[in-house]
Design a protein around this ligand. Structure first.
Ligand SMILES: *[C@@H]1O[C@H](CO)[C@@H](O)[C@H](O)[C@H]1NC(C)=O
Ligand SMILES: *[C@@H]1O[C@H](CO)[C@@H](O)[C@H](O)[C@H]1NC(C)=O
Ligand SMILES: CC(=O)N[C@H]1CO[C@H](CO)[C@@H](O)[C@@H]1O
Length: 608
């Protein structure tokens, strides 16, 4: 029987419910259990692909091409699992399923209602998805963490709260626990419990009893014993059921903070976890995970040397849209024992026009770029800022500053090369000007231009390293010298095949390509400390204890030549892909080359 831990929130959203939920999952994993996660988003969108990054943060891409909320990224990273698009439930998906069933006549003409039809559909979905294997064992998970988005009491989340109320009886008391995350405001040094009392009363009114109340304090001061006693008394729980989560130096400390308050022991007893048979091998794996996690957090506190990275992008004032990129840099910096100093540079401030319209911004932006140890151009869309990004790329290339280009950043690096090295001064991307004289980047031919803005190439795809790259490519060494690697893609444009010979003659190397060798996926320059571009989005597969290889190489190179050499050697010995074996063989890719579309067709927003 699967054990379910539902994590709900009260008072306000955005207080780190996801981190508490994934930390709980991680702690259970250290006891040798197999853990999966489901995120419920009470909004009507069917998927996240069409949502604007300014409003929702990053669109996170899964192996199966599912475009989801960035919280699923949290779970994949903490739990080292591979989730599917069904691990994200939105109101839109549930309603669509119920409406489709109604249209098919599955309800035999009965009145279809929120209770029981929508609430049943939610419960069925959770039960089904919680049983899907997500890790290298290929076995059913023991525990499923269900994070309920929004706050209890919202109109939006009401059907989900009711579904959870019913669900506790469906699966039984011993298999269902609820963690309610609440806010404890600190007012002039006094910790206030009233909001928590109110939200717990609301929860009880809806038929759900909290097994644990996680009190978030948005200050660096732990929950006081008197506050704990008060919450325990007014919310009708024992003091051991109240845990405090104050601000700590980094989110990686949260699991240890929870553990120190006995939540593992509590959940073991509450859910009768010892009744699950845990093999010796899994117990050891769990212990090893705990040891490595502790080491990571301990090492983090002692970091002295800094590495500064300029992130030259477009949505720099909406930093959540680069969540996975930032995580990849963080994980890589830990590994290199460096403190990450991230400088956000708005690319359009680097353009010559800004020098006249806003000289201060122009100079600040360039100061950040030229003082950085490494320059990163992440994914993006559209022409705005692209000239500024290419100026930053040119600087990195000529001054031999470590550079990493992701997706759009990779494409711009190719255009910059075509213009300034290959002598095609009119080179540009077909994305900006479809009638350009030298469209170095073009719309992928398989993708329909006419169909509602087109589709995307989405999900986990292989990249094959060119045979001769074995002798020199740093990118390849970072993947332990593998001939074939797997990363997630999300793009619509590619390097124009008509220019590849010319580009390569002038000295750029496309060391990684698709299986047919037609699509350019990894570029690298020889004779440069680190100049690498990826058409894929490797940032979606980074792990705290297993940083994304191209990011690791980039941060290591930015930390110095010896650090890079150390990390290359370590990667050659220890790197393992974060995907379970099964994820890396896809029949239809083998049979048909590169089929499109694998995911749902994606409509573009105007901004893209
Ligand atoms: C993470 O998962 C991958 C693939 O499922 C596995 O090979 C690797 O050993 C796991 N890493 C850890 C630290 O558990
Ligand atoms: C290409 O650039 C030259 C100047 O370098 C310009 O005269 C010419 O019009 C450009 N061609 C196109 C098609 O834009
Ligand atoms: C079972 C099911 O309906 N899954 C859906 C999950 O969401 C995606 C859209 O993002 C749908 O395509 C799936 O059908």
């Amino acid at each position: 029987m699967t054990k379910y831990i539902v994590v709900s929130g009260g008072v306000v959203s955005g207080i780190g419910k996801g981190v508490i939920a994934s930390s709980t999952g991680l702690l259970l994993k250290t006891t040798g259990l197999k853990v999966t996660a489901i995120k419920i988003d009470p909004y009507m969108n069917i998927d996240a692909g069409t949502m604007r990054p300014q409003e929702h943060g990053e669109v996170y891409v899964l192996n199966d091409g599912g475009e989801v909320d960035l919280d699923l990224g949290n779970y994949e990273r903490y739990l080292n699992v591979t989730l599917s698009r069904d691990n994200n439930i939105t109101t839109g998906k549930i309603y669509r399923e119920v409406i489709e069933k109604e249209r098919r006549g599955d309800y035999l003409g009965k009145t279809v209602q929120i209770v029981p039809h929508i609430t049943n559909a939610i419960q069925d979905w959770i039960e089904r998805v919680s049983k899907i294997p997500v890790d290298e064992t290929g076995e059913e998970p023991d525990v499923c963490i269900v994070e309920l988005g929004g706050t209890v009491g919202d109109i939006e989340s009401a059907p989900f709260v009711e579904a959870m109320r019913q669900f506790q009886f469906r699966v039984g008391h011993e298999n269902f626990a609820l963690i309610h995350v609440s806010l404890v405001p600190d007012m002039h040094g006094e910790q206030k419990t009233k909001p928590t009392q109110t939200t717990v009363h609301a929860l009880r009114g809806l038929g759900l009893l909290p097994d644990l109340i996680a009190c978030r304090l948005i200050v660096q001061k732990p929950l006081e014993d008197t506050t704990k006693a008060k919450i325990s008394m007014f919310c009708h729980v024992t003091p051991e059921q109240v845990v405090g989560v104050h601000d700590v130096s980094s989110v990686y400390h949260v699991p240890l903070l929870l553990q120190s308050q006995g939540i593992v022991k509590f959940l073991q007893k509450r859910l009768n976890l010892p009744s699950l048979k845990i093999t010796k091998e899994m117990t050891e794996r769990g212990l090893n995970l705990e040891k490595r996690w502790r080491e990571l957090t301990r090492r983090q506190e002692r970091l002295l040397d800094e590495v500064s990275i300029a992130l030259v992008g477009k949505y720099t004032d909406m930093q959540d849209s680069y969540m996975s990129v930032v995580k990849s840099l963080e994980h890589s910096a830990f590994r290199c024992s460096r403190k990450l100093n991230l400088k956000w540079v708005d690319a359009s401030n680097l353009e010559p026009e800004t020098q006249t319209t806003n000289p201060a911004k122009y100079h600040d932006a360039w100061r950040d770029v030229v003082s950085a140890n490494g320059i990163l151009v992440p994914g993006g869309f559209g022409v705005r800022g692209s000239e500024g990004m290419m100026l930053a790329i040119k600087w990195a290339r000529e001054q031999k500053i470590p550079f990493l280009g992701i997706c759009y950043g990779f494409q711009l690096a190719v255009v910059e090369w075509a213009r300034n090295v290959c002598g095609l001064s009119n080179a540009t991307s077909g994305e900006f000007n479809p009638d350009a004289e030298h469209p170095i980047i073009i719309f992928m031919p398989e993708i329909s231009k006419t169909h509602m803005g087109g589709t995307m190439r989405l999900g986990l795809r292989p990249t094959v390293f060119q045979p001769e790259s074995e002798t020199w490519s740093k990118a390849r060494r970072l993947y332990a010298g593998a001939g074939k690697i797997w990363e997630r893609h999300r793009h619509r444009y590619e390097v124009n095949p008509a220019y590849i010979a010319r580009l390569e003659q002038s000295g750029i190397d496309f060391v990684g390509r698709d299986e047919k060798g037609e699509r350019m996926q990894v570029l690298e320059l020889r004779g440069h400390p680190y100049f690498v571009g990826f058409q894929a989005h490797p940032e979606f597969c980074t792990r705290p204890l297993n940083p994304s290889p191209p990011f690791l190489g980039f941060v290591a190179a930015a930390s110095g030549e010896t650090v890079l050499e150390e990390q290359l050697e370590l990667q050659e010995k220890t790197f393992k892909p974060p995907h379970p074996e099964g994820a890396m063989v896809s029949e239809d890719i083998l049979r048909h080359g590169d089929p499109l579309p694998r995911g749902e067709e994606v409509l573009l927003t105007a901004d893209q």
